[in-house]
Design a protein around this ligand. Structure first.
Ligand code: CLF
Ligand code: SF4
Length: 502
């Protein structure tokens, strides 16, 4: 039976809401939502943190043009609104996109959402975007439709979005102050003219805010993405969070700037840095006071396919899709059964968890005040610890304390072990992984080799393979309780105090 572990103030949900575990909806957080909203988010991997462990999304790259310029974007690369830098492998026509969606849906039963997120701005390519949505509404009615935009032409497109039953819209809003905007957007293209600097930023901001209000007035769920750019808008994003919340946005996703010189972006070339893990988490925590925060975003490519954090795009290139024989009626039935099975499993877990609610404090006899601890978790999905340390492409990061276990983000790492040929590089890659896990005191995985075990221990990170196949939050809570029992956390706290005093 699954053990549901809660903290001392777990019934104090008013304080936390989504922010209690830091994200746009774990199971408990969805329960306070009205039914019609819960229906929209419960299997959307971006709008629900829990759903991202179980359901997949895909993007189709049908929208090449853009009507603004962001300093973090190079047209050659995916739209940074919803992506990480990386060329789109194939630009698709709407007909090709529809074929691809149906092929993916037939082969990945967890796929619930189709998003259009670039490589330019979907609403700057309205014919291609809406042709794709129109065809999919008819041919694949079981798939949720989602779109992401910079917002410039959003107010003009709201009616069309409603017509196609688009229930989820993301707007990238990096500022509500044109002076800040002028540092992010060199120009916009508006009424057939290029408008530069503050004037252009002001128009963009007005359009974004107007579009946001129009959507929420119509009951469409809006997620706001913001790119955190240290020294440019980092101090300003709390204000953005307040403003968009007031206008009814459902979720705020503060993402780190990705800027490398080799991407050829203005920020990359100028050496503008992105935020550190701590800076990002601090800002997300500050914004969480006002808003539901998304912390599990993977800054996907505009042609991403699969669960968040995995990319199965190579399995569905157009040459492969063209020769796939898809019986969508049959596939739709299979998908419905598969997804019902996942839902039933989650429901069963929730009710058994409700019966066995155990406060975190009950897991430890340690009564002294203990400090919070960061732990890294290796998982390949399903909400359980089920991945070998050496096979993890990313680690989920959880913060455990005596009052809570909360998901706070993920960190991408290079593969430690990818087979014999790369063994010569193993040490370097392992060291890199350890650097990325900075701040974490334990790593939970299904298995781990002897060598990385030793190196992790030497680096002050305790490897733990004892909780394979257990639900993540339960396992994290148990490991925390063990650390508290062994007085490890208290001793460390005293050492920290001594050091601070020295
Ligand atoms: Fe795609 Fe975006 Fe829809 Fe999700 S992604 S259009 S809302 S279906 Fe999700 Fe990817 Fe983050 Fe976007 S993890 S980049 S938030
Ligand atoms: Fe690039 Fe997207 Fe910005 Fe357009 S909106 S410039 S495609 S990041």
């Amino acid at each position: 039976m699954e053990l549901k572990v809660i903290g001392q103030s777990a019934d104090n949900t008013a304080e936390g809401g989504c922010s209690a575990s830091g994200c746009g909806g774990s199971s408990d957080q969805l329960s306070h939502l009205p039914d019609h909203i819960r229906d929209k988010v419960h299997n959307h991997p971006c709008y629900s943190e829990e759903a991202h462990h179980h359901f997949a999304r895909m993007h189709v790259a049908v929208a090449p043009a853009c009507n603004i310029q962001c300093h973090y974007c190079n047209r050659k690369y995916d739209c940074a609104n919803e992506s990480r830098p990386g060329v789109v492998s194939e630009l698709l026509t709407p007909d090709q996109a529809v074929k691809k969606v149906m092929a993916v849906a037939a082969n990945i039963p967890q796929m619930t959402v189709l998003g259009i997120a670039g490589p330019g701005d979907p609403l700057a390519n309205p014919e291609r975007t809406f042709d794709t949505f129109r065809q999919l509404t008819e041919k694949a009615p079981d798939i949720k439709l989602c779109v992401s935009t910079n917002g410039l032409s959003l107010p003009d497109q709201v009616d069309e979005l409603c017509k196609h039953n688009i229930d989820h819209v993301t707007i990238t809003i990096n500022c509500v102050d044109p002076d800040v905007g002028a540092k992010i957007y060199p120009w916009i293209f508006w009424n057939n003219r290029r408008i530069k600097g503050r004037k252009g930023a002001k128009i963009l901001i007005e359009q974004q805010q107007k579009g946001l209000k129009m959507l929420t007035d119509r009951g469409i769920l809006v997620k706001v993405n913001s790119v955190m750019i240290p020294g440019v808008n980092d101090q300003h994003l709390e204000e953005v969070s307040k403003v968009v919340k007031e206008k009814g946005a459902f979720l705020h996703n503060v993402m780190p700037l990705i800027a490398e010189a080799e991407h050829g972006t203005f920020y990359g070339v100028m050496g503008q840095r992105g935020p550190t893990h701590d800076e990002l988490q601090n800002l997300q925590d500050k914004c969480a006071g006002d808003m539901n925060m998304m912390r599990h975003c993977r800054q996907c490519r505009a042609d991403a396919v699969g669960m968040l954090g995995e990319d199965r795009g190579d399995e569905f290139t157009m040459d492969k899709v063209e020769v796939m024989d898809v019986d969508y009626e049959q596939a739709m039935k299979k998908r419905a059964d598969y997804q019902a099975e996942i839902e039933a499993k989650l429901e069963a877990q929730k009710s058994s968890a409700n019966e066995t609610f155990i406060p975190l404090t009950a897991l430890t006899k340690q009564k002294k005040e203990t400090r919070p601890v960061l732990m890294a978790v290796a998982t390949s999905g399903g909400g359980v610890i089920n991945q070998h340390f050496g096979h993890a492409k990313e680690f989920l990061i959880y913060e455990a304390s005596m009052t809570d276990v909360r998901f706070i983000g993920h960190r991408k790492v290079d593969l430690y072990c990818s087979g014999g040929d790369t063994c010569g590089d193993a040490e370097t890659t392992l060291q890199k992984t350890i650097r990325l896990l900075e701040g974490c005191e334990a790593v939970l995985c299904s298995k781990i080799g002897y060598e990385p075990w030793e190196v992790l221990e030497e680096s002050g990170i305790q490897p733990n393979g004892e909780h394979a196949m257990e639900p993540i939050e339960d396992a994290v809570a148990k490991v925390y309780a063990e650390m508290a029992e062994s007085a490890q956390l208290e001793q460390q706290r005293q050492a920290d105090q001594l050091q601070a005093g020295a």
